[in-house]
Ligand binder design. Structure first.
Ligand SMILES: Nc1ncnc2c1ncn2[C@@H]1O[C@H](COP(=O)(O)OP(=O)(O)OP(=O)(O)O)[C@@H](O)[C@H]1O
Ligand SMILES: [Mg+2]
Length: 256
């Protein structure tokens, strides 16, 4: 259940407030005038058909893409665009649909990618990396037999675990997961789901892009339905139904 941050007059404060965000690729309007608020302690699911604009939205938040229009407000500061570095420093981490891991490098290197600690000014502190990587994986109950295995040799679920560990390790207030359990077995999916619930319990804002409505109804507090690059509806999960959401995805009249 969402533990929304309260202000003096008891209004919940969003961690991120997106207003009128738009992005086109040539003449394809991938995202059109999207406004959305994301709260601490909630799991917000984003659903929609293929090409609805879900990944584009996540990429605008993570700084992988620059919006054409709109604002992203984080806390009390407003930004017209992000860069990957700025997003991470503002506490926005993303686990991309393709995971964006470097297959030929090992688990430890992937968790630290681009943020390797150094000592004596320039030497990479491998011992510290190993210790901290082991700790974050243990905290998240992610089992990987050897941290020195190149991630290209891991199973889908283990690779997902490494990508999640990297996002958690970056720290922050919001973690966005793009299709976290796609192409995963039942047991592996169950583990990732447990992880998402744990992150929410820890007070993070968790955004999950998913096609799996069964899963969405099991874990989310709110559901944002996207259609043709726009927000078709935002529903509270407990007052909605898979039938309503499917209708909205397919283009029925907007709900809540
Ligand atoms: N880099 C790009 N260049 C051109 N078109 C793009 C690019 N990225 C996305 N698009 C287009 O923008 C639209 C939205 O794509 P997006 O990847 O956001 O959809 P999605 O909702 O994540 O779909 P899926 O469920 O299949 O992952 C699609 O029509 C897609 O083809
Ligand atoms: Mg996508």
């Amino acid at each position: 259940m969402a533990q929304k941050q309260q202000t003096a007059n008891s209004e919940p404060e969003p961690v991120i407030k997106i207003t009128h965000l738009s992005k086109s690729f040539g003449n394809i309007e991938a995202l059109l005038n999207v406004s959305l608020e994301i709260y601490a302690g909630e799991i917000l699911a984003i659903v929609g058909d293929n090409g609805a604009g879900k990944s584009t939205l996540s990429k605008l938040l993570s700084g992988a893409l620059t919006p054409d229009n709109g604002q992203i407000m984080v806390g009390d500061k407003s930004y017209s665009s992000m860069t990957p570095g700025k997003a991470i420093s503002l506490g926005i981490s993303t686990v991309y649909q393709d995971l964006a891991l470097v297959d030929c490098r090992d688990v430890v290197s992937n968790i630290f990618l681009g943020r390797e600690p150094v000592y004596a000014g320039f030497l990479v502190d491998k011992r510290r990396m190993q210790k901290e990587a082991a700790q974050v994986l243990q905290d998240l109950q992610i089992n990987i037999p050897s941290l020195h295995t190149p991630v290209g040799l891991l199973s889908g679920g283990q690779r997902q675990g490494v990508a999640v560990a990297r996002a958690v390790f970056q720290g922050g207030k919001v973690i966005i997961f793009d299709e976290p359990t796609a192409a995963m077995g039942l047991q592996e999916s169950a583990k990732v789901i447990k992880l998402l619930l744990k992150l929410r319990e820890g007070g993070l804002a968790v955004v999950v892009i998913s096609h799996n409505l069964h899963q969405v109804f099991k874990i989310s507090d709110r559901i944002c339905v996207m259609r043709h690059g726009q927000v078709a509806a935002i529903c509270e999960t407990k007052y909605s139904s898979p039938k309503e959401i499917v209708g909205l995805i397919m283009g029925a009249a907007a709900g809540v």
